[in-house]
Design a protein around this ligand. Structure first.
Ligand SMILES: [Zn+2]
Length: 287
């Protein structure tokens, strides 16, 4: 453990997910001197283009969107103090059911073993003590989030003796209630937010059933206080300006945002430290 700095690796699907789901812990642990590594699996090409143009609409150039989002991601990483950004550069698969799901090079269409082998190389290189990714539903059902979960769990099997603690992001049901109330207050709805973009033909995405999100409070194992880093988390989200229309948080301002999103929550799915649960620190038992 002493031969390298304590290291946190977060594996995310798209540029901007690092800020939404783990911006607080990335900023907090960087401030505490822990090395932070962000792996972003896709290029985000199914995001909005300049002026909010949606995929499939005239003027949506996926390559240009990917290039812009990479610049925004790098800016977000600077805000959060991320030490190492690793891009797997798979094609954004779009929302479930989109033609982009099966496009050549799409993340969703990539065999899990292939993505896992690439991520395993990064596990060998950085030897993270703690790895964070999504649950098997990708937190809210997006195919790229589900695939990020799958390749991460498979990669951890390929490199079994490195990582002491593995977490999936989650939200306690009590927080989800506050979150949905805030959405209403700030004039958005779940479909708009979950869509990350409108439908591929430019129309509204098929209204999805509200997916099963989060956990009962008592099943959340790990509650990390990141209020002190709420400003950085907000600024990191704001760095993804081209997706601003889809990031309703930005409408609420820093203070409300920090109040609502100032505790990041996880479920611990692997642990070799024996740290007691519930815990308040991803590195409990490691330092
Ligand atoms: Zn995403």
């Amino acid at each position: 453990m002493a031969d390298r700095p304590l290291t946190l690796m977060a594996v995310h699907a798209h540029p901007d997910d690092e800020a939404t789901g783990t911006g607080g812990v990335l900023a907090r642990y960087a401030a505490e001197g822990i090395r932070t590594v962000l792996v972003t699996c896709t290029d985000g090409a199914c995001g909005d283009g300049p002026g909010g143009v949606k995929p499939g609409e005239d003027g949506h150039d996926p390559a240009a969107v990917a290039a812009l989002r990479r610049t925004e991601l790098e800016a977000s990483c600077r805000v959060l103090g991320v030490d190492h950004l690793e891009l797997l550069e798979y094609g954004d698969s779009g929302m479930m059911g989109w033609a982009a799901n099966d496009a050549p090079g799409s993340f969703w269409g990539t065999p899990v073993a292939e993505g896992a082998a690439r991520l395993a190389e990064l596990l060998h290189r950085y030897r993270p003590d703690v790895v964070v990714t999504y649950d098997e539903n990708g937190f809210y059902g997006h195919p790229d989030h589900i695939q990020a979960h799958r390749i991460t769990m498979a990669a951890l099997e390929l490199v079994p003796d490195v990582t002491s603690k593995v977490y999936w992001t989650t939200a306690p049901h009590s927080a989800m209630k506050r979150f949905f109330a805030a959405m209403q207050e700030f004039g958005t709805d779940w479909d708009e937010q979950a869509g990350e973009a409108a439908g591929p033909d430019g129309g509204a995405a098929e209204a999805p059933e509200l997916p099963p999100i989060g956990l009962p409070d008592e099943e959340v194992t790990t509650w990390v206080d990141t209020h002190a880093f709420g400003g950085q988390k907000f600024d990191a989200l704001a760095a993804h300006a081209s997706q601003g229309e889809n990031i309703f948080f930005l409408r609420m301002g820093k203070e409300r945002f920090t109040e609502l999103m100032g505790t990041e929550t996880f479920v611990r799915v692997r642990d070799t430290t024996g740290a007691a649960l519930p815990e308040q620190d991803l590195f409990a038992g490691l330092r």
